[in-house]
Design a protein around this ligand. Structure first.
Ligand SMILES: [Zn+2]
Length: 86
């Protein structure tokens, strides 16, 4: 008997502040990556899908992103967190 399945793992990549498309508030958005892996006998073997999404901390809405969009959000977050030099 072979036991197989799928297991999802969520990685929080960054918190980025921008205006939410749903509630129109300037709010922190959590950028997350969801990796689904194929498992055999409960051992994760290889990823079958990778999804990116943001979740608004104000209204809770989730938006699916492409990899490119996720990279842009990450870059924006890096800028926001960079120390300001005067
Ligand atoms: Zn929102």
């Amino acid at each position: 008997m072979i036991i197989f399945g799928f297991r999802g793992k969520v990685f929080q990549l960054a918190m980025v502040t921008f205006v939410c498309g749903n509630c129109s508030n300037q709010a922190a958005q959590a950028l997350r990556k969801v990796v689904t892996k194929f498992t055999l006998f409960f051992i994760p073997l290889f990823p079958v899908s990778t999804k990116y999404l943001t979740q608004c901390t104000f209204c809770g809405v989730e938006n699916r992103l492409t990899k490119d969009q996720a990279d842009q959000v990450l870059a924006m977050g890096a800028l926001q967190q960079a120390p300001r030099e005067n």
